[in-house]
Design a protein around this ligand. Sequence first.
Ligand code: NAD
Length: 441
Amino acid sequence: MTAIEFTPVHSIPKIVADSRATFLTHRTQSLEFRKQQLRALLRMLEENADDLTAAIKADLNRSADFEIPTCIRATKDFIDNLEKYTQNQKGTNVLDHDDSYVRLSPLGTVLVIGAWNFPIMLVLEPLAGALAAGNTVILKPSENSEHSAKLLTRLVEKYMDPTIVSIINGAVEETTVLLEQRFDHIIYTGNTMVGRIVMQAAAKHLTPVTLELGGKCPAIITSKADIAKAAQKIAGWKVANCGQICLTVDYILCPKDLQEPLIQTIIGTWQHMFGANIKDNKSYPKIINKRQHTRLEGLLKAVKAENKVVYGGNSDAENLYIEPTIVTEVSLKDTIMQDEIFGPILPIVTSESLAESINIINSGEHPLGLYLFSEDKHEVEEVLSKTRSGAAIVNDVASHFLNHSLPFGGVGNSGMGRYHGKYSIEAFSHQRAVMVRSSHL
Ligand code: NAD
């Protein structure tokens, strides 16, 4: 494959200016026009499922079974529910003949900056929402997932109205110039450090932002949990996309006596999925690039030096392979507990009470997802009322992502703002107060 062609930096201001000018033609306002754009997006996804699958496979060596259907479902949801999602919300009238309501008005031109770990979905789901809300859109896929970025560029240029959706490719230099332009909203998915850069750039124009960031998502397992089920779910998510998922379980919190049964089931689940020799399994996903692989090898080196690896620990730079790994005797001061792992390494931190687990979570930044495995309603309430996180799931991992009636987003260091379903329409609209008063009064 030839390398992805970056957009010439000097052309970026005009692409954005043209997009802003198109918005001012008011073409994007009508619901029928928005549906036309969404139908084009749907055609693009449905007619190119094979190519999209191949691009994702080339970037990450995993299937697209989750990513493409999710984009299709989200786009169909906007087409089917656009009237409902965008309808005016009645207010209370002050005088008898007033008509007071909230109108969801498109913001203008939206910038979507995607990350590499779901290189299609993290660009196209925000795109669907921004189109449904009546905006023009500039897309900036991640340069790290270059097969996907390249294909997206070709497909967007072929299927989408070029005056409504534009695509810009590049790395830091191009994105820096892009962020100097004026947008009406920016949605960025990626790491927290760059999230700060995006927010600083947006502040110059007072542009609102949605920041979909990462963090360390904990899974608390209590003695009131179905231990085998908890272990199977955590094991599955830790190797899906090779642990390169913002919502994956970063670390486990459990009492010491649960550790051994958990470890055995987690290992059993991994071996059931990939066989005893995981390295030889062609369907085991890979780490995206050398830089991320080196970072993960650094984490492995640190835990190995302290003899904390109880399973796994091997890696192979040439094949971007990191073996699923379990780490025990973990202290909060360990390197592995400092930043989001974003790979298939699973530390277990022992904690003898729910109160201790809550304290540990509250001693760090607010995670994107918090998972509690317990059948006890009191424990659920205890965790929900004493912790903060983007989402909280009981007895599962990450499953709220697929429920588009729920908002998706972080809090604190894991992000700000939310999208999905009607929350996308709200994110990419201005809630405009309208009051119509009779001039006869
Ligand atoms: P990445 O390297 O693809 O970067 C994301 C985007 O930021 C890219 O488009 C890139 O070009 C741009 N970028 C990088 N440096 C920049 C700079 N200096 N200035 C402007 N733009 C810049 O992805 P990543 O950051 O490695 O993504 C992984 C992170 O994203 C993890 O922390 C993960 O948890 C998080 N994530 C969050 C979500 C979510 O929905 N909350 C989803 C996926 C990933």
